[in-house]
Design a protein around this ligand. Structure first.
Ligand SMILES: N[C@@H](CCC(=O)N[C@@H](CS)C(=O)NCC(=O)O)C(=O)O
Length: 210
């Protein structure tokens, strides 16, 4: 199986998929997409991803989009080590935790949203306050869930789906200087996960420029 991941250096959504692929131990070719230069909006990339967003994972030439769908696909074709638990209720909790980040934090702070805020005349200080607002709102809901379910990692005692999303979102919070002191369980889980070799290897520092 040949895997090609279209990714961008500091972007959270492809970072999730790099973590998932690394946790599964699957080799992949990484194709950087320069978001700053709008390479994701060119026709060639849009043919792979009609939303013009990263990531896209090509599987033997067939494109798959949406980081959560990609991570769930990965877990279905290669069940070990598991990203999601097997019990339906626990699977639903893990999805709920992941979706706080993927559906309720990240879309409000995405590059295209930042660009639209700028186009509406909103300055950097207010844009950063906007970003911090949505990260803090989501983390306030996620914090007690991590405190309840963490066994070292965000859910349980092994890295899984929630860590795939949490580590990039905490990295993103750092870029915007968001105060994470109200979220000690999140900080502890993210710090622990960030040290895991498969997760550390997915860090933007190891990504080609752009
Ligand atoms: N829900 C999508 C979100 C993808 C997404 O928003 N990707 C960002 C990078 S993290 C992007 O491509 N942004 C480009 C833009 O906003 O123009 C997923 O999880 O894959």
């Amino acid at each position: 199986m040949k895997l090609v991941l279209h990714s961008a250096k500091r972007a959270a959504a492809p970072y999730r998929v790099r973590i998932g692929l690394n946790l599964k131990g699957l080799p992949y070719e990484l194709r950087p997409v320069d978001l700053v230069a709008n390479a994701h909006q060119e026709d060639g990339y849009r043919a792979l991803n009609a939303q013009a967003l990263v990531p896209t994972l090509e599987i033997d030439g067939r494109p798959l989009t949406q980081s959560l769908a990609i991570l769930e696909w990965l877990d279905e074709v290669m069940p070990e080590p598991r990203l999601l638990p097997t019990a339906p209720f626990e699977r639903a909790i893990v999805r709920a935790m992941a979706e706080i980040i993927a559906c309720d934090i990240h879309p409000l702070n995405n590059l295209r949203v930042q660009r639209q805020l700028t186009a509406l005349g909103i300055g950097e200080t207010d844009r950063n306050a906007w970003t911090a607002r949505w990260i803090s709102d989501g983390f306030r809901a996620l914090e007690p869930m991590v405190a309840q379910h963490s066994g070292g990692f965000a859910f349980g005692d092994a890295p899984g789906l929630v860590d795939c999303l949490l580590v990039p979102q905490v990295f993103n919070a750092g870029r915007f200087n968001v105060d994470l002191s109200p979220f000690p369980a999140i900080q502890a889980a993210a710090a622990r996960a960030a040290k895991h070799p498969a997760i550390a290897a997915a860090h933007p520092d190891h990504h080609p420029e752009r």
